[in-house]
Write a protein that binds this ligand. Structure first.
Ligand SMILES: [Zn+2]
Length: 118
């Protein structure tokens, strides 16, 4: 009997998530929560209970197997979900940043705010 694609992704994904890529712990479970799923791809937040590192991993099922790409993060699951789901940047956002960076004193203002907050 042939497994459905989503089931195969789940099984392979669970196998990959059972070993922490940072401390290689096999016996300590990782906490995994799905942030977003789109078609054959899922973005999952992993938190190792041994080394306490957090990783965002993108799993994608293809004809040759499961591909995954991960990035170490300090975001909690809630923060990652909020940042990913809140909204998409558009061209106006990019233009606003470009204009702000060209304003005289913009970067100096950020530096001053950083020192005030320290
Ligand atoms: Zn670990």
């Amino acid at each position: 009997m042939k497994q459905p694609k989503s089931s195969k992704l789940s099984i392979e994904g669970l196998r990959l998530m059972s070993i922490c890529p940072l401390c290689s712990s096999k016996n300590t479970p990782t906490e995994s929560k799905v942030i977003q799923t789109h078609g054959d791809a899922s973005l999952v937040h992993l938190s190792c209970k041994k080394c306490e590192q957090k990783i965002l991993v993108l799993f994608r099922l293809s004809a040759v197997g499961v591909h995954c790409v991960g990035i170490v993060t300090d975001l909690s699951h809630t923060d990652a979900k909020r940042l990913i789901s809140d909204r998409i940047l558009d061209v106006d956002d990019v233009l606003d940043v470009h204009e702000a960076l060209n304003e005289e004193g913009f970067l100096m203002g950020i530096r001053e705010q950083a020192y005030e907050g320290a």
